[in-house]
Structures are given as C-alpha cells and as structure tokens.
Design a protein around this ligand. Structure first.
Ligand code: PEP
Ligand code: MG
Length: 579
C-alpha cells in the first residue's frame, strides 16, 4: 500500500498511531423515494421515533458527562444541540413535508436542513454563521438513526488507538473520545477556532482538521500517524517512519509523566528569578484543571463565556456566584476577571440584538467599547465582580483599551459601582486592582497613561498580532500570515515589557503565545515574569522556566531587537532555545 502524507491544521498537539475508522457522512447518502398514502402515518411515526432516539442519545451523553471529568464546554455544546433538536423547524416541519410531498423521512429532513442552512449562510456574523455546523450535526444524528446506522456509539469498545476519519465531527461526537478511548481524529473541514477543535484541545487528543479530502483518500483500517504538533497525517507509513514516530510517542509519554511531578515546585529560573504561571479559564468549572496543574493564579477569566450558550443576560446574582466561586476556589491567589469581551467572534444571539452585526466586527463595537456603550450592562458586571472581591483576591482586567478617555470612563464606572455598593452596605475589597489589556498597537505605542492610571497590564497577543499585522485571527485564508515572530510584533512586545518594568507596573502575557514552549525563553529574556495560559500548558512552560538562565538570554534578545530579518530572528530564537 502506498504511503502518503496529508497536510491540515493541527488543532491539538501530540502524536497518535492507529487504524482508521471512517465515520459515515449520512447527509451525503440520503435516498429519495415515494411513500404510498396508506403508509404516510407510519413514515411520520418513524421520523418521530428517530427524534426520540436522538433525544435519548443526547440525554445519555449528558448523564455520562456528570461523571465529572468532561470539560465544561461539553455541556454547552450539548445544550445547543438539544435546543436545535427540539426546535419545531427541525422536529416538526419535516413531518409536514413527509405528508405533503409523500416522501421518505430522510428526504424530508434533508430538504428542511437545506432551507435552514441557506438561512444561516445569509448571516454576516461569523459566530452565528458557525452555528450552521451544529444544525448539520444534529441532522446527521437523526439521519443515522433513520438509516439504522447509529453514530459513533457503534465504535464502543474500540481498541485504544482507533483514529476517526470524518468529513466533520460534532463536539458531541468528540465527547465520546473519552468514553471509547479513540487515539485521535482528523476531519476534512474545520478551523482552529471551531468548537470541535476546542473540545479536542481540552481532551488533549491529537487532532488535525482541514485536511480537505482525508475522508475520500483514506480507507477503513489503514495505518495512520496523526501528528497534531506538525499538522500532518501519514497514511500507510513505512517501517522506518513508523519506528521514528513510535520513539517520539514514547518520549512524549515519559515527558508528560515527568511533568506531573512539577506541580507544586515554584517556577524559578536557574539564576533565581521567580515566575508566576497563571491559568486562563472560561467558566468556573475550569478552576479544577487550573489547580490540578499548579496555577498560582487566574490570569484571565474570559467572563463573556457566561453569555454564550444561554438565553438572555446573566443577572448580577448569577455573575456574582460565578465570580465568587472562582475567587473563593483559588484561596487567596489572584483571580483576574476580564470584563466582557463581547462583539467580534464572540457575538451572542441571546443578547436580543444588543450586539449588532457590524460591517467589520473585529474593528467594531467590541469589548470595552461595547461595555461603555451599554453602561447598565457594564454596571451590573462591575457590581458582581466587586461583590466577589470580598471572597478572595479579585482583580479587574479591561480588554481592548486604546485611549486615555476609555481608561478614564472605565475607572469612573468602577468608582460609581463601588459607590452604589457602599451606599447599600455591601462588602467589597476597596483596594481591588484594575488592569488593562494591551491588544491594540496604539495602546503599546502610547502606554504612558496606561502606566500612570492602571495597576497592572496584560498583553493579549492573539489580538495584538491581529491588529498589528491586519490579519483576521478567525479567517483560515490568512492564517499562514499570522506571525508571532514578525519583527513589528516583537518590537511592540519589547516596548510593552520594557516600559512596564521600568515604571514598576506588573505586566503579564495571556495570549496563546504564553503557552508555547519554544517562546518561553524569548519572553524571559525580554523581561517577562508573569504568564497566563490554558491550564494544560502550565507544567510544560514551568519546565522551560526551570531550565532557563535569564542572564545568558539577554545578549541574544538585544540582537533580536536590532534586526528586521525574519530568517535571522528564527536563527536567534533557535540560539535561545539551544542554550
Ligand atoms: C488575546 O487577545 O490575546 C486574549 C488573551 O484575549 P482573547 O483571545 O479572548 O481575545
Ligand atoms: Mg483579545
């Protein structure tokens, strides 16, 4: 059998070696046939049964998740699928189509899906448009029931290293990775920010998406190597390649086990510099993973996730409970709550049109701009955060600040929220620190007033790179241009860290760059001592810190500062890592 490689986007790192299991794509296989008048009732009943079975299937997944070790995102995905399944447009309209067109249930359902998908295609907002995939995934589930081909449940008891190859997979399908111990997955479609990718990352299962035609090219049971770190899938590897990857895999396994032992060890460089390694979380449930990995604080609580996957706005009380749980759960360690970063890709249907669909959402009414335009909503959040500050060490972090006026308005809003609490005799920490995110080049280039007015800073590299290089971070078509090592990006980072250190204002980094091991020494050499990242990355970064000597890094950083040549920059980075 010929060996070949497929390239895609590695959305979850690691190596898996195993046999392919193809996942059928039911929507591509729908037959169309007429139903005699006398059998229409039975056909409608067949459809109703399939819906009921999928309901049970989703309920089963819900119950399986209450075991506790499933990431919090799963619940949210299942809720979305549950809502779609129970919406009349999907569970009722096809019955009418069966009767009116005298057609089979599968055909009626796929007709209705086309109508719904077309409606989604017309939505400009990328977040809402992405929900189209959820509709298709729910339809797939129903179709598989109708066709007598249950979904992944058939793979129960599959051997450890079974690799799923699919055109697309729903997050709910991916959940079953945990139960059935699949080794990895690869899909034809998808992007880094797709829900399925997020779930795969939180399960630490290697995954490569956007392979375009893996589902067509790979045959059932073929031997595969999935290298999520290097974005590649090798089909039918020869003996030497296989041996090489087996070795790599063993090394990775040993590495992981060794890292666990570092949990309580302070992150100190060889020359004695103490480094704080904080966790990024999205929901209070993520706290557990942060603690398990020895986070010494929460550096970024993306509070807007309290908005997503729910109807309506969370009340002050609901928000207070969420913030209090995290503040208390961290037992006195810092908990940095970022105020809502809504808008752009984190839009929300349930806001009842509050967040309008902007012509260019990433440059529109997003984050602090949106909060200042919605003072009532912002006050509610600020009160909830301040109330939670009584139960732990809470800090407030403001996203997307660009100008002094925004800082002043925000501080005035916080002062007002404090005032209302004082009047009502509600306790809060009056010394709660307020920090700003550096995500817009303008903020870094004119950071004097940020340093004067704010207690701490945090660099959001995901957005800082997006806005510096004018590259939409959610657009696959330009993802190859998204370059953290662009000289302009490095210069901004050096400026920000140098400026903050000189002024004695604490500065951290909380973008994805913080969790990349090959960049740890770059950060340390630039003077950074506080990192915040996905909890799964903390121990790996700690190991890098423990084996680094800051003193010897600085001269190389100086040379990096002086060059605009990307090849030289890469060479110098290699030099840092070879130290
Ligand atoms: C960032 O922009 O780097 C960041 C941490 O915020 P988010 O990814 O939520 O925009
Ligand atoms: Mg950001």
């Amino acid at each position: 059998m010929a060996s070949f490689a497929l390239h895609g986007i590695g959305v979850s790192s690691g190596i898996a070696i195993g046999r392919a299991q193809l996942v059928s794509h039911a929507t591509l296989e729908v037959a169309h046939y007429a139903i005699p008048h006398a059998k229409l009732d039975a056909e409608v009943a067949r459809f109703t049964n399939a819906i009921a079975e999928v309901r049970r299937e989703l309920e089963g997944l819900h119950t399986a998740m209450t075991g506790g070790d499933a990431p919090a995102e799963f619940g949210a995905f299942l809720d979305v699928h549950w809502m779609i399944l129970n919406d009349g447009t999907l569970s009722e309209v096809p019955k009418k189509i069966i009767v009116e067109q005298r057609c089979n249930a599968e055909w009626a359902l796929s007709q209705q899906m086309s109508v719904l998908v077309e409606q989604f295609d017309e939505i400009e907002d990328p977040y809402l448009r992405e929900r189209k995939a959820d509709v298709v995934q729910v339809v797939e589930r129903i179709l598989k029931r109708l066709m007598g081909k249950p979904g992944l449940a058939a793979a129960a008891g599959a051997e450890h290293q079974t690799i799923l190859v699919a055109h697309d997979l729903s997050p709910a399908d991916v959940i079953q990775f945990k139960q059935h111990r699949f080794g990895a997955f690869l899909t034809d479609v998808g992007g880094v920010t797709s829900h399925t990718a997020i779930v795969a990352r939180s399960l630490a299962v290697p995954a490569v998406v956007a392979t375009h035609n893996a589902r067509q090219l790979i045959r059932e049971n073929e031997l595969l190597i999935v290298d999520g770190t290097n974005h590649v899938v090798i089909v039918n590897p020869d003996k030497s390649v296989l041996a090489e990857y087996r070795l790599k895999q063993t090394e990775l396994g040993l590495e992981k086990a060794k890292l666990k032992r570092l949990k309580t060890k302070p992150a100190r460089t060889i020359d004695g510099e103490l480094v704080e390694l904080h966790a990024n979380i999205e929901l209070p449930e993520d706290l557990e993973q942060a603690l398990e990995n020895g986070a010494t604080g929460i550096g970024l609580f993306r509070s807007e996730f309290l908005f997503l996957h729910r109807e309506g706005l969370p009340t002050e009380e609901e928000q207070f409970e969420a913030y209090r749980a995290v503040a208390a759960g961290m037992g006195g360690l810092p908990v940095t709550i970022r105020t809502f970063d809504l808008g752009a890709d984190k839009d929300k249907e349930g806001l009842g049109g509050l967040v309008r669909v902007a012509p260019n959402p990433a440059l529109g009414l997003r984050a602090i701009r949106f909060c200042l335009a919605e003072p009532k909503l912002f006050q509610t959040q600020l009160r909830a955060i301040l109330r939670a500050s009584h139960y732990g060490k809470v800090r407030i972090l403001i996203p997307m600040l660009a100008s002094v006026a925004e800082i002043d308005q925000t501080l005035a809003m916080i002062a007002h929220a404090k005032e209302t609490l004082r009047e009502q005799g509600v306790p809060f920490d009056s010394g709660v620190e307020v920090g700003g995110m550096l995500e817009i080049p303008a903020a870094v280039l004119a950071m004097g007033s940020f340093l004067q007015k704010l207690d701490f800073l945090s660099i959001g590299t995901n957005d800082l790179i997006q806005y510096t290089l004018a590259i939409d971070r959610s657009d696959d078509a330009v993802s190859h241009l998204y370059d953290p090592l662009h000289p302009a990006v490095l210069r901004l980072l050096m400026l920000a860290i140098g400026g903050a250190n000189k002024a004695g204002v604490p500065i951290a980094v909380c973008g994805e760059m913080a969790g990349e091991q090959q960049l740890t020494r770059l950060w340390l050499g630039m003077g950074l001592r506080n990192f915040s990242m996905h909890p799964a990355h903390i121990l790996g970064i700690k190991q890098r810190v423990l084996t680094s000597e800051v003193g010897s890094l600085r001269p190389i950083i100086e040379r990096m500062r002086r060059t605009d040549d990307p090849a030289k920059l890469i060479g110098l980075l290699d030099k840092l890592n070879a130290q």
